[in-house]
Ligand binder design. Structure first.
Ligand code: NIG
Ligand code: FE
Length: 409
């Protein structure tokens, strides 16, 4: 693999804390050397190793900003159909309820592998063009042994961060037999899905699974070598956060309705709180107060939660803009949460930062500073993206010389 140098970077966000106290590790007039898919050197452009690359492999950032590729640690990308009419009704006043998931289950079961795969790859293209270089993908729209196996298998074709979410909701055919469904999830379904998965997840919420049922699901997954993460406190307060912290989950996701005790428990734990601003946006729920959470010592990530029901955006910049505008985060905190925070939520130390040895996953912005991600909402600000050191996306004006892979896959 070749070597390349990105130089003349006006603002480089490394996420490696500096001795002077900037925990975002912001460098100015910087350069980054990429070698063999990894970052080989980071520092001042003046001091960049000159032995490096031939002229073709020198990228002049023109004084613009470079950040780590986004780490989107929560998505549901394998599904059929959409729920545009449900969204329209919600905007006219109808409430969001977990039950809508079942209509996507029917559409997903009816779709072929190739249809699901084509859709999935389309979403990955969208994400890459918006700067996402790592994505976690959950099952949860199959809810039978064969369909859940299909969804984790298709997800595993495109990412190592696959989550088995057989306990998303109770499917209609088990409506009055919830415990039997939990037996299935923790038995044959888990056996079929564990080989394709790294994570086990459950929707611990009124209308989905109780805290006792959630514990069974998570513990069964852990016994098969999967790592726990939990959907909780999305529709109202509950005991999901307490359970997640007790089981050492990597992340609890949503946290729209947290109690003081939840916040204290999270602050004292290694469990990341993954905020999903697109969900509050698309379901008209109140935005969580990220300022209060960060000030209390909670580690916060931001993810898109791309799914056809509660949040059909794949744009991390959009979620960053909401987190800044409506959740009280600074732009630097929001970019950290969307990169390093996501990496923590996935227990990864090779992504979400720009440091020697890390994966060379980088985004060159069409902007002088990361602040523009919130300051210019809705504007496509991604100029160029590298994944594992390969130029995989470039805005049309820059497209020459990229591999034009056009996909995260
Ligand atoms: O993360 N909370 C549960 N699951 C998804 C929503 C799924 C849907 O509405 O289809 C979520 O928000
Ligand atoms: Fe989700």
């Amino acid at each position: 693999m070749s070597t390349s140098l990105i130089t003349n970077i006006g603002e480089l966000t490394t996420n490696v804390g500096l001795p002077e106290g900037d925990r975002f590790g912001t460098l100015h007039d910087a350069a980054v050397l990429i070698d063999g898919g990894r970052i080989a050197w980071v520092g001042s452009a003046d001091a960049a190793p000159v032995a490096a690359p031939d002229a073709d492999a020198i990228i002049d950032a023109g004084g613009r900003a470079v950040i780590p590729g986004f780490v989107d640690s929560h998505s549901h990308l394998v599904f059929g159909g959409d729920r545009a009419a449900e969204f329209e009704a919600r905007m006219a006043g109808q409430k969001y309820a977990a039950g809508g998931i079942r209509s996507t289950v029917a559409a997903t079961r009816a779709a072929s592998d190739d249809e699901l795969r084509a859709r999935l790859r389309g979403f990955l293209d969208e994400m890459l063009a918006q700067g996402t270089t790592t994505v976690e993908i959950k099952s949860g729209y199959g809810l039978s042994v064969a369909d859940e196996e299909r969804l984790v298998r298709l997800a595993a074709e495109v990412t190592p961060e696959v989550t088995f979410l057989g306990a998303h909701v109770v499917p209609a055919e088990y409506a009055d037999r919830v415990d039997e469904y939990v037996d299935l999830v923790t038995g044959r379904m888990l056996d079929a899905c564990a080989p394709h998965s790294r994570w086990i997840d459950v929707f611990c919420e009124t209308g989905a699974f109780s805290v006792e049922q959630s514990r069974r699901v998570l513990e069964a997954g852990v016994s098969k070598g999967l790592l726990p993460r939990v959907h909780a406190s999305q529709l109202g307060p509950g005991d999901g956060v307490r359970l997640a912290v007790e089981l050492g989950a990597a992340s609890i996701d949503h946290g729209t309705y947290l109690t003081d005790a939840d916040i204290a428990a999270l602050a004292a734990s290694d469990t990341v709180l993954t905020l999903l601003p697109g969900v509050e946006f698309s379901t008209r729920q109140p935005y969580p107060d990220a300022r209060r959470l960060i000030d209390a010592g909670v580690t916060v990530a931001i993810a898109c939660d791309t799914n056809p029901g509660s949040s059909f955006t794949s744009s991390m910049p959009f979620c960053i803009a909401i987190a800044v505008r409506d959740m009280g985060m600074t732009p630097a905190e929001a970019v950290w949460a969307a990169t390093a925070g996501g990496a923590r939520a996935l227990r990864r130390d090779d992504v979400g930062l720009i440091a020697v040895g890390a994966r060379a996953d980088l985004v060159l912005l069409k902007a002088p500073t990361r602040i523009h991600l919130a300051y210019r909402p809705g504007v496509p600000l991604v100029e160029q993206v590298w994944k594992d050191g390969v130029a995989v996306f470039a805005a049309p004006s820059k497209a020459r010389g990229t591999e034009n892979r056009g996909s995260l896959a």
